[in-house]
Design a protein. Structure first.
Length: 155
């Protein structure tokens, strides 16, 4: 009987010379496609401080309404304005905004939508009251008032 030798000339090493190129391509891809801020705030935001804070559990159910003096006073005036998403609106458009936000959610989550008001410290209570009335008309009864997070949150 003859003995056969097994020739093993194949290398077991994985070529890693292209690995840094692939990593940098992925890094640049995610840096270019990542969105850091969803909305451009068009109104001034000097939020009042709070005594106690609570953290939201499901932030996907929160829609924001900003109230404050416009940053571009030449174009929009100096009176406080209402901003939803990236648009300055009047109180008549708030119900339509809420319905649009509800349509983005699933059927089970539509009743759980929370409207977060970010109101400037210098804004008059009249415009806030008008927004609250429109929220009642749209049956958006969960309202949250945002404050800066530096004061210490209560869980």
């Amino acid at each position: 009987m003859s003995k056969f030798k097994k020739k093993s000339s194949a290398s077991q090493d994985i070529p890693t010379s292209a690995l840094p190129d692939i990593i940098f391509m992925l890094l640049f891809f995610f840096m270019v496609t990542t969105v850091l801020r969803e909305t451009d705030i068009l109104v001034e935001q000097n939020l009042p401080r709070a005594e106690q804070l609570r953290k939201m559990q499901k932030k996907s159910l929160v829609s924001y309404i900003y109230i404050g003096k416009p940053k571009d006073t030449d174009k929009y005036g100096s009176e406080p304005r209402i901003q939803t998403n990236d648009v300055l609106v009047t109180t008549d458009n708030i119900v339509q905004f809420i319905e649009a936000e509800r349509s983005k959610l699933s059927e089970a989550e539509r009743d759980q939508i929370t409207m977060a008001l970010k109101v400037d410290d210098d804004a008059k209570m009249g415009i806030v009251s008008d927004v609250q009335l429109e929220l009642r008309e749209a049956n958006a009864l969960k309202v949250l008032y945002n404050t800066p997070p530096e004061t210490g949150a209560v869980e």
